[in-house]
Design a protein around this ligand. Structure first.
Ligand SMILES: [Zn+2]
Length: 334
């Protein structure tokens, strides 16, 4: 009897390669990833990578293949690993879980998870909500997990927290290890989530300008930062007076979104405040494509990962930054 320890051992190498080949050139012209020339000819295959097609570029007199300059380029692992990792990521698995299911080192899966998350966020960079929009804010405890310069144990520069970070009353702040997350939920179904360093009037106005189309109807709670926001038809409910809905005016969808975000983030057993925008951005991707199953979502990510320009930015983490760095981000993308 054949016994296997990992599910991807059942995947056929040829099928995976044919799938990635189809995805790589779907809706994209066959062109050289180095000099963008269309003057290319077939150039055989590799004996050690069956099905991976090779091409000759007459422009730069070099060869390239189906994976050149994509996110999967120069990976020692076969495509079955990548496809399964992307699928598991869309099922909200942690990188440790993915490492175990794949049989790779934890650091490999951590790196892959970041690249794939960044790739997914490329679908969300210009996302805006319109129509009737609900907004709410959340403060997530996030410290400096895994931020040691040389790896290994890091000096904390403070007393250890023992069991966990105790919550202070009131609003959080980046410097107090509790950055804010603002959710903009359209009643048509689209969501935008932003990790911000604080919750001042200036930040909220900037967040709204980026996430919500001008002239939209905005329903929030009575927080003063929302009340100062300009450019929208704004109404709010007053939670301190125990008013949670006044006819059409409520923010229950935004609160519900946070009730889904919290258990999603809990899977990772604490996160670094530096990495928070990445996790939040990926959750936004999952919510906006929630009508598709996990493999269809994974296919979207792989399709983007096979675009050399997106892959280059995803490896550098260009898509996930705090909103305060957004101007920087825009220049990086353009
Ligand atoms: Zn070329």
């Amino acid at each position: 009897m054949l016994t296997l320890s990992h599910v991807h051992q059942l995947f056929s190498v040829e099928t995976c390669q044919a799938y990635i080949h189809a995805l790589r050139w779907k809706d994209r012209p066959l062109q050289c990833p180095r000099c963008q020339s269309y003057d290319v000819d077939p150039w055989g295959t590799y004996h050690y990578r069956p099905g991976c097609k090779r091409y000759w570029c007459n422009g730069c007199q070099r060869t390239f293949n189906d994976l050149t300059d994509t996110l999967l380029h120069q990976s020692k692992r076969s495509l079955a690993y990548w496809i399964l990792a992307t699928f598991l990521l869309c099922l909200s698995c942690s990188s440790r879980r993915i490492a175990r299911e794949l049989g790779v080192h934890g650091r490999t899966s951590y790196r892959w998870c970041w690249w794939l998350r960044n790739t997914a966020v490329s679908y969300e960079t210009d996302r805006q909500v319109a129509g009737t929009v609900e907004a709410d804010d959340l403060y997530h405890t996030a410290g400096q997990k895994g931020q040691a310069k040389q790896g290994g144990t890091k000096s904390l520069g403070r007393r250890p927290r023992r069991r966990r970070k105790k919550r202070e009353p009131g609003r959080g702040h980046y410097d107090k290890d509790r950055p804010a997350i603002i959710a903009w939920v359209s009643r048509q179904g689209t969501v935008v989530l932003q990790a911000t360093k604080d919750f001042t009037v200036k930040t909220v106005q900037k967040a709204a300008d980026l996430a919500v189309q001008a002239g939209s109807r905005l329903y929030t709670d009575s927080a003063s930062s929302y009340r100062a926001v300009k450019g929208y038809l704004h109404e709010y409910v007053n939670h301190t007076k125990k008013e949670y809905a006044r006819g059409e005016v409520h923010e229950n969808r935004a609160e519900c979104l946070f009730s889904l975000l919290k258990p999603y983030l809990r899977v990772f057993r604490g996160l670094s405040k530096i990495n928070l925008p990445g996790y939040v951005g990926f959750f936004q991707f999952l919510r906006n494509f929630r009508h598709q199953n996990a493999f269809e979502q994974a296919e979207l990510i792989l399709y983007a990962a096979l675009d050399p320009s997106i892959a280059r930015k995803a490896r550098k983490g260009k898509f996930v930054l705090y909103m305060d760095h957004f101007d920087l981000l825009q220049t990086a993308i353009n």
